[in-house]
Ligand binder design. Structure first.
Ligand code: F0G
Length: 451
C-alpha cells in the first residue's frame, strides 16, 4: 500500500491509522465508526505532494485520447486523486466509468427546469455504479495478496465484485437475501463464478453475518464500509465537474441505500473544492424509498443527527436497506452542502421510472427515486427553474426487467399505491398486446384500437 500518500481517518473519533492496520470489518477499534481515506500531503498549500488543479485538468483531458489501458478507465484516468496502490500495475479494470451524461428535455419541460441531466452509472461494465468502487477496492485486495473477497449485497455489489474478482483470478463469496434480489443481478454473480449464498435474512442481516465471517478467515470485505470502495465511487463527481467545464451543477440527486454512494460523491466534490478544481460544492440530496427510509426519517426528526434503523420493504430491491452502514458520512455530505433527504412512495418510483423510459433512458427502480425526489423538491420550491440539476441513475434497466414488465402489465402496484397517480400511470403504461398476424391487426394496434 502506498502508506506515504494515504492514511485512514476515523469519522467518529478522528483516529488516524495506516491502510494496512485496518480491521477486517473496517471499523475503528476505539469507537466502532467507519474510516475515510485521507491524503495528508494535499493539505499543505505549496507542498510537493499537493496536486495542481490546472495541470490535472489538462492531463485528464489528454488521457481521453490515450491508448493506455489505464487511461481508458474513467476511474483510473483520475488516478492522481486516488493514490491508494503501490503500483498501478495491480489495477483490475473492466474499463469502468466514462459514463454518459444525458439531457432530459421532457422531464425538464414538465418540471419547468432549464437544465436537467442524468448521469447514467448503469452504463458501467456490469450495469451499475458499483464498478467504479469495485475497481479501486478489488485492486487493493489483489495488491495485498488476498485470495478471497466477499460482500453482502442487494445484487449489484455482488455482480460487480464477482466480475472484478474473476478478472483478477480471485475467489469471491456473495451473501444475498433469499428471494429479495432481482434475477438479472443473481445471474451475473453465478456467471462470474462467485460462491453465492442466499440467506434467510435481509441485506442488513447478510452484512452483519459477513462482518463476523471476515474476522474468522482471511477474506477481504468489499462492501462500502471498505473505504477504498468510496475512492473509486468518488470519480463520477470528477466526470460531472469535467462535463460542466468545472462549473459544478447546482444540485446532484442520488438514491440512498447503504449510503456509500452519496458519501463517495460528496467526498469527490469536497476534494475538488479543497484542491481548487472547482469553486463551490453542488447541493447533494439523497432520496430513499418510503419503505426503507431511515435517513429521511433522521432528517425529518433532527436534521440527520441520529438514525434509527427500520425494517425495510420496497420493490426497489437495490435500496431495501434498513440500517445503512454509511449513514453518518452521507448525513454529513447533505448537511455540509445544504442538500435534502426525502423519501418517495412505491407509486412515485414506478411513475418516475416509466417517465425516464419515455426519454429513451431505462434504469432500475432504485435509480428512479432521483426523479421522483426531484419532483418533490421542485414542488417544495427549493429547486428553482434556473438551476442545473444532475440525477445520478445508478443501475441499468435490464437488471430488473420483471419490475418493468409488471408495471406495464398493471400487476406491479396495489390499488392504494396508485392513488392520485392514476392519470400518469394510465398515460405511461404500454402493455404488449397479442394481435393476429395480419397487417390490419398490427395497424389497428398502432392506432391503439386493440390496446
Ligand atoms: N442504486 C442501486 C442500483 C444500487 O444497487 C444501490 C445499492 C443503490 C442505488 C444505493 O447505493 O448503497 O451506496 O446508498 N446497492 C447495494 C448492493 C447495497 O448491494 O448492490 P448506496
Amino acid at each position: 500500500m502506498n502508506e506515504n500518500l494515504h492514511q485512514l481517518v476515523c469519522i467518529g473519533c478522528g483516529a488516524r491509522i495506516k491502510g494496512a492496520e485496518a480491521q477486517p470489518d473496517f471499523r475503528c477499534v476505539t469507537c466502532g465508526e467507519l474510516f475515510e481515506v485521507e491524503y495528508p500531503g494535499w493539505k499543505e498549500k505549496k507542498g510537493p505532494e499537493r496536486p495542481l488543479a490546472g495541470a490535472l485538468k489538462w492531463l485528464w483531458r489528454e488521457r481521453r485520447a490515450s491508448h493506455e489501458a489505464l487511461d481508458h478507465s474513467g476511474v483510473w484516468r483520475f488516478r492522481e486523486l486516488l493514490p491508494i496502490l503501490d503500483s498501478f500495475g495491480n489495477v483490475v479494470s473492466l474499463r469502468e466509468g466514462n459514463t454518459p451524461l444525458y439531457h432530459l428535455p421532457r422531464a425538464a419541460k414538465a418540471l419547468g427546469i432549464d437544465q436537467l441531466f442524468a448521469k447514467h452509472q448503469g452504463m458501467n461494465p456490469t450495469g451499475s455504479f458499483k464498478d467504479t468502487g469495485m475497481t479501486s477496492a478489488l485492486s487493493v485486495a489483489k495488491e495485498r495478496g488476498f485470495e478471497w473477497v466477499a460482500c453482502a449485497s442487494t445484487g449489484n455489489t455482488s455482480a460487480a465484485m464477482a466480475a472484478y474478482a474473476a478478472r483478477a483470478g480471485l475467489k469471491s463469496l456473495v451473501l444475498i437475501p433469499e428471494g429479495k434480489i432481482a434475477w438479472g443481478k443473481l445471474s451475473q454473480a453465478m456467471d462470474y463464478g462467485a460462491v453465492t449464498c442466499q440467506l434467510n435474512t435481509d441485506f442488513d442481516g447478510c452484512l452483519s453475518l459477513l462482518t463476523e465471517i471476515v474476522k474468522q478467515a482471511p477474506i477481504y470485505l468489499l462492501n462500502s464500509v471498505n473505504p477504498y470502495r468510496l475512492e473509486g465511487q468518488k470519480t463520477p463527481a470528477f466526470e460531472i465537474a469535467e462535463a460542466f467545464d468545472w462549473n459544478v451543477p447546482d444540485h446532484v440527486i442520488v438514491p440512498g441505500g447503504n449510503l456509500g454512494n452519496s458519501s463517495a460523491l460528496g467526498k469527490g466534490f469536497r476534494e475538488m473544492l479543497e484542491l481548487g478544481l472547482i469553486a463551490r460544492m453542488p447541493k447533494i440530496s439523497v432520496i430513499q424509498a418510503a419503505g426503507a427510509n431511515p435517513l429521511a426519517m433522521a432528517f425529518a426528526r433532527d436534521n440527520g443527527m441520529t438514525m434509527e434503523p427500520v425494517e425495510a420493504h420496497t420493490r426497489a430491491t437495490a435500496i431495501r436497506i434498513g440500517n445503512p452502514a454509511s449513514w453518518r458520512k452521507a448525513a454529513r455530505v447533505i448537511q455540509e452542502t445544504g442538500g435534502w433527504c426525502l423519501d418517495v412512495s412505491e407509486g412515485e418510483i414506478a411513475v418516475a421510472k416509466a417517465e425516464l423510459g419515455t426519454e429513451g433512458l431505462g434504469c432500475e427502480p432504485a435509480s428512479a427515486v432521483t426523479l421522483a425526489g426531484l419532483k418533490k423538491l421542485v414542488a417544495k420550491g427549493v429547486i428553482k427553474s434556473s438551476e442545473t440539476v444532475v440525477l445520478v441513475l445508478t443501475g441499468h434497466t435490464l437488471k430488473d426487467a420483471d419490475y418493468t414488465i409488471d408495471f406495464h402489465r398493471g400487476t406491479l402496484l396495489e390499488e392504494a399505491e396508485c392513488k392520485g397517480l392514476e392519470t400518469e400511470i394510465g398515460k405511461l403504461r404500454r402493455n404488449a398486446v397479442v394481435v393476429e398476424a395480419t397487417s390490419a391487426a398490427v395497424l389497428g394496434a398502432m392506432k391503439g384500437l386493440t390496446a
